[in-house]
Ligand binder design. Structure first.
Ligand SMILES: Cc1cc2nc3c(=O)[nH]c(=O)nc-3n(C[C@H](O)[C@H](O)[C@H](O)COP(=O)(O)OP(=O)(O)OC[C@H]3O[C@@H](n4cnc5c(N)ncnc54)[C@H](O)[C@@H]3O)c2cc1C
Ligand code: FES
Length: 280
């Protein structure tokens, strides 16, 4: 049983909530590294869901998770209060991000993917990288961690789909512009992106056109997170890989984006149905 120490609603717009939870978990706090995730179960009969460890505090023995209420399980998780307990928590899982001095790094975060780039940004900054951070949200009220990422970045750009804050448009528009107008060829050594599949696919294409290495962290659907069930499979360089044990990070240009896009939408109708039943 894992206690919820602190809960905050950090963003809200038109029925979409982004929630931050601090959980008591001294061992995971001690072990986890940027890029890794945990799998949790809200209740004994619930499903397992993977969430990135966004922050940790070894002294307090806590980890911080940030999630968007997307379907049944994230909504159940979001309904818990401080002092409540989760049924189970496993981690840290997945491979950690390769942190070193690359030089100039462009970090691209879309939606709740911003939460996933934050620990990587902090670690890259410690290695004296020059960070160019591009954040995108559907609307101003759903933008998260802007202040925190500004503190660790040399440059920060914000886009919103509806133009309510920052520049109107997509993160990929800014990335494209930076690479074609403001930065000389080969000035940016690495692009690190997390967000919806179409966004990461767009980043991948831009990186490919410019010959820049791009790493993405995939939010593939997962069940066991041990490489046994096959749920999180993704085709990378024509070979089957499992996001839970081979990832969650992969080189963007090697991914079969069409297949991944279809797989992430596979249970959409069923999920909408269960959420309707739940709300009755
Ligand atoms: C390694 C990893 C780290 C993750 N880290 C975070 C995180 O830090 N914060 C966060 O909010 N989410 C994160 N996710 C995604 C998160 O696991 C899903 O949002 C969650 O499982 C949804 O569960 P649900 O039962 O509420 O909704 P579901 O019933 O599973 O789905 C509701 C709808 O949301 C969409 N959806 C569900 N899961 C995903 C997914 N994995 N990727 C894209 N779309 C999806 C589908 O369209 C689906 O129909 C991560 C996923 C992985 C694999
Ligand atoms: S989640 Fe089962 S193989 Fe990765």
């Amino acid at each position: 049983m894992v206690e919820i120490i602190c809960k905050k609603i950090i963003a809200y717009s038109l029925g979409t909530r982004i929630v931050q939870l601090e959980l008591k978990s001294p061992l995971i706090a001690k072990k986890t590294l940027p890029g890794q995730f945990v799998v949790l179960m809200v209740s004994e009969k619930g499903e397992r869901i993977p969430l990135t460890v966004v922050d940790k505090d070894e002294e307090r023995g806590t980890i911080t998770l940030i999630f968007q209420e997307a379907g049944f399980t994230t909504r159940s998780l979001g309904s818990l209060k401080e002092g409540d307990f989760l049924y189970a928590l496993v981690g840290p899982l997945g491979n950690y991000t390769e942190i070193k001095n690359y030089g100039k790094v462009a970090l691209v975060g879309g939606g709740v993917g911003i939460a996933e780039i934050y620990p990587v940004a902090k670690a890259l900054r410690k290695e004296n990288n020059h960070l160019i951070t591009i954040l995108g949200a559907r609307t101003k009220d759903l933008l998260i961690l802007e202040k925190e990422l500004k503190q660790v970045s040399q440059e920060l750009y914000v886009t919103t789909d509806d133009g309510s804050y920052g520049r109107k448009g997509f993160v990929t528009d800014v990335l494209q512009e930076l690479l074609t107008i403001h930065y000389a060829l080969n000035a940016i050594e690495l692009i690190y992106a997390v967000g919806p599949v179409p966004m990461m696919k767009g980043v991948s294409q831009i990186a490919k056109d410019r010959g820049i290495k791009a790493i993405v962290s995939l939010n593939a659907l997962m069940v066991d997170a041990t490489g046994m069930c096959g749920c999180c499979r993704v085709t990378v360089d024509g070979k089957t890989k499992f996001s839970c044990i081979d990832g969650p990070e992969f080189e963007a240009q090697s991914i079969d984006w069409e297949e991944l896009g279809k797989r992430t939408k596979m249970y959409q109708d069923k999920e909408t149905h269960i959420c309707k039943l739940y709300n009755r």
